[in-house]
Design a binder for this molecule. Structure first.
Ligand SMILES: [Zn+2]
Length: 63
């Protein structure tokens, strides 16, 4: 597994309980790559503070 990687943070442990999805901000509609966890928490990758508009609520889009 030495394929090309995007320059993104990889400081999170690998886990089967999450999936990488596209997520859309519920407020402004911006779309980010995000993790969705088993409890359906959606966290944009590399944006621990949430969206640029200040919202931290996202909706996972189709995988
Ligand atoms: Zn937003």
């Amino acid at each position: 597994m030495t394929g090309h990687r995007q320059s993104q943070q990889v400081d999170e442990p690998a886990a089967d309980e999450r999936e990488k999805v596209a997520a859309q901000c519920r407020d402004c509609g911006a779309i980010y790559s995000a993790w969705v966890f088993a409890d359906e928490t959606v966290q944009p990758i590399g944006r621990k503070d949430g969206c640029r508009c200040g919202t931290s609520e996202f909706e996972a889009l189709s995988r």
